[in-house]
Ligand binder design. Structure first.
Ligand code: BGC
Length: 755
């Protein structure tokens, strides 16, 4: 199909009509020209296809589908392969159901544990989010289904989400909030990108030309189409010019007419309309040419996969006295409503109509020695004495108590943010009371975002299962009984308390303005720099075995910023059971002129090791691993100096470290003026030479050459030097006692700037 030629046959009205949806989930076609519309559906962790009544909040029923672990859980896998398998499974469902584009993955950064949609997002770390999302995108699109990477950009809160203005500085955007989108586009070749509801630095994302055109297309090479989040359009003609191709859902024809009028009045170029139509039809044609509705969607097989993957996502946070794994046949009191009715996904547009669910109790059916008590309810936070007493009685008689707890649906959802990080009182009280009668308490958590754990001392073991999809119960059993060795690592820091979080003072914003005032210091980048105690650090997680690290090797001690560095390390399973380890590589700049985190994740690999087995892991680091975003040159920049390459068990636990010296090949442009401080001049050896007369005059005046004893006492040479460094060049004239003239200084500056 020659899309351009077809567009040339369309009327302006027909073209404008293609720029918004036909209904909630379908795009329009132009029948007379044989142009077909397609269907899109929500992801990101399953297929939410609504055949009948449509909505964007997961209210009305969708077709029965498979709910895979949510991103909160899959991020903890630290395993690209997990996302690959989920992407592939969802794509099969899409092909079978004739859905051309799946609305996901969602890659917004977890700025605060309070964001209601954190369960749909991957991490506080941009590299982890980028790698995992890109893994999923490649798998989906390999099957000729498009993704829609969302929500572009800086959409890290639900509060006032359709009006809030995220005020974020450029360096922070580049280093924290953009990389996952950048990777999705550059590496993943995402077919579509969904713009967010919010404004970014004063302009709605849906009409932000720099964001949707200059950056996304101009810089990153995006060649798909941008779709609005559902209802995100404010000024449609402006959006078309900005690069927002498709408005969803339907505009009822209103915005289509505005587009036509804008073209007729000369306010909008028809070429912008043509371009948007071309982009939309090109992507849709890619699907239509490769549609395979006879694809088998084997839900039962995907359920088994969902269980296997959920087990790989679970994070063992604590395991005192090796209380886990449990042994079959032990007397175990299983407690908690979630053991029977698991919470495995979050509320809102991602809510899947799971074709079946598997609870821990289902998975334990038939196993001797198991009792069950509900322990708490989710309709109220109030402890229920009858439920607690029953649980306590069961726990008293058992060898171990497994309490399945977490957050009820109402505590976290799309559409609003949490106001605190606490678990319901009834669950906290339950854990406390059970621990009074049984010292062997295991807590399993089903939640989409970190919680405070005032009860941690009452539990010998804690398993963070996150929102693990429809088979989470079976997966929980696999991990608890050691059939799967837990290998998840926290994709976010668990602070001791909410107030410790770097965004605490400004999260949610004032009115419609949300200033991201902590800048690049999001998550562990902040806690580590502050040396703050946290409950559990980023990257943390235990195993039923132990791993040893040795032999960290860099292929060079010195590199230029245009080179790559190869890093390898040997990892050995030093325990007695097989298991998977997440090898984490961080890079830290020892000295920097800009504020930088202590270390940042720049590589990770998940590997399986049999007991005693050793594997060598190799990482390749390019410029980006060392660079920060320099706002002067508007580019990534590496400052010459020593960087530490660190292999860590978490952002807090450095196992091996080796230095590398990186030399910058880019000299930042400098322009010296009368107002330049001497300290900046003195960093430049060329400048020091030329400026010597000025430096002499200045140092004399500042007393570095003080002669009398009294003067020497009043100001030490160090003090004088510090004062001089903090003075501008022009002060050599005013304080130079007539020895330096303005003409002289200007001449030197001119020479210097011409070098
Ligand atoms: C959500 C999107 C979702 C869309 C369609 C919006 O409310 O923000 O993530 O894809 O609805 O349901």
């Amino acid at each position: 199909m020659n899309i351009r030629q077809i567009i040339s046959q369309m009327t302006l009205e027909e073209k404008a009509s293609l720029l918004s949806g036909f209904d909630f989930w379908h795009t329009k076609g132009v029948e007379r020209l044989g142009v077909e519309g397609i269907m899109v559906s929500d992801g990101p962790h399953g297929l939410r296809k609504q055949d009948l009544e449509a909505d964007h909040l997961g209210i009305n029923e969708s077709i029965k589908a498979v709910c895979f672990p949510t991103a909160s859980a899959t991020a903890a896998s630290f395993d690209r392969e997990v996302l690959h398998k989920i992407g592939s499974g969802i794509a099969d469902g899409c092909q079978h159901e004739k859905v051309a584009v799946i609305l996901g993955p969602a890659v917004n950064i977890k700025r605060s544990p309070l964001c209601g949609r954190n369960f749909e997002y991957f991490s506080e770390d941009p590299y982890l989010a980028a790698e995992l999302a890109t893994g999923m995108i490649k798998a989906v699109q390999k099957k000729n289904i498009g993704v829609s990477v969302k929500h572009f950009a800086a959409n890290s809160q639900e509060h006032r989400r359709m009006a809030s203005d995220s005020v974020v500085d450029m360096r922070t955007l580049r280093e924290i909030y953009f990389p996952a989108f950048e990777s999705a586009v550059r590496e993943g070749k995402a077919w579509t990108v969904m713009c967010s509801y919010n404004k970014l630095n004063g302009e709605y994302a849906s009409q932000h030309r720099w964001l949707l055109t200059d950056l996304l297309r101009g810089e990153w090479g995006f060649d798909g189409y941008v779709v609005s989040d559902w209802g995100a359009v404010s000024d449609r003609p402006k959006g078309v010019h900005a690069g927002l191709d498709l408005e969803m859902p339907a505009s009822g024809g209103v915005n289509d007419r505005l587009v036509v009028e804008a073209v007729r009045s000369g306010q909008l170029d028809e070429a912008d309309v043509d371009l948007a139509v071309e982009r939309i039809l090109t992507v849709h044609q890619r699907y239509l040419d490769n549609a395979k509705p006879d694809t088998v969607w084997d839900k039962e097989a995907q359920h088994v996969l969902a269980r296997e993957l959920a087990a790989d996502c679970m994070v063992l946070l604590k395991n005192e006295d090796g209380i886990l794994p449990l042994r079959a046949g032990e007397e175990i009191a299983v407690i908690g409503l979630f053991a029977k009715k698991p919470r495995f996904q979050g509320g809102g547009s991602s809510h899947i109509n799971a074709f079946k669910t598997e609870s821990l109790l289902d998975a334990l059916a038939g196993m001797p020695g198991i009792t069950y008590a509900q322990g708490y309810d989710i309709v109220t936070e109030e402890p229920d004495e009858t439920l607690i007493s029953e649980a306590v009685e069961n726990a008293r008689k058992a060898k171990k108590a497994v309490i399945v707890a977490g957050l009820p649906d109402s505590f976290e959802s799309e559409g609003y943010d949490r106001s605190h990080m606490r678990m319901p009182n009834c669950q906290v009280e339950l854990i406390r009371r059970v621990a009074e009668v049984n010292p062997n308490v295991v807590v399993v958590l089903y939640n989409g975002s970190p919680v405070e754990m005032p009860w941690l001392g009452s539990a010998k073991a804690v398993v963070e299962a996150y929102l693990g999809g429809q088979a989470v119960g079976g997966a929980t059993k696999l991990v608890l009984f050691g059939e799967v060795n837990p290998s998840g690592r926290l994709p976010e820091t668990f602070p001791l308390k909410l107030e410790d979080n770097p965004s605490y003072l400004s999260y949610g914003g004032e009115g419609n303005t949300a200033v991201y005032s902590e800048g690049v210091f999001v998550g562990y980048r902040y806690y580590d720099r502050k040396k703050m105690d946290v409950l559990f650090p980023f990257g943390y997680g235990l195993s039923y075995t132990t791993f040893g690290y040795s032999n960290l090797r860099l292929d060079a001690d010195n590199i230029r910023d245009t080179d790559t560095l190869t890093v390898s390390v040997d990892v050995t399973n030093t325990g007695s059971v097989a298991g998977k380890e997440v090898v984490q590589l961080y890079v830290g700049d020892r000295e920097s002129t800009v504020f930088r985190p202590v270390r940042e994740l720049k590589g990770f690999e998940k590997i399986f090791l049999a007991p005693g087995e050793t594997k060598t892991i190799t990482f390749t680091l390019g410029k980006r691993a060392f660079a920060y975003w320099n706002t002067q040159i508007n580019d990534w920049h590496v400052e010459s100096g020593v960087f530490d390459i660190q292999i860590c068990r978490s952002s807090r636990d450095v196992v091996l470290s080796a230095p590398v010296t990186v030399e910058s090949t880019v000299r930042l442009p400098v322009h010296y003026t009368m107002d330049t401080l001497f300290m900046d001049l003195m960093k430049d050896t060329r400048a020091v030479k030329l400026m010597q007369p000025l430096l002499d005059a200045q140092s004399k005046n500042m007393g570095t050459e003080a002669e009398s004893d009294a003067a020497k006492e009043a100001i030490t040479p160090e003090m004088a030097m510090a004062m001089m460094e903090n003075s501008p060049v022009r002060s050599s004239i005013s304080f130079g006692d007539g020895t330096v003239t303005r003409e002289q200084v200007l001449a030197i500056l001119e020479k210097l700037n011409a070098l």
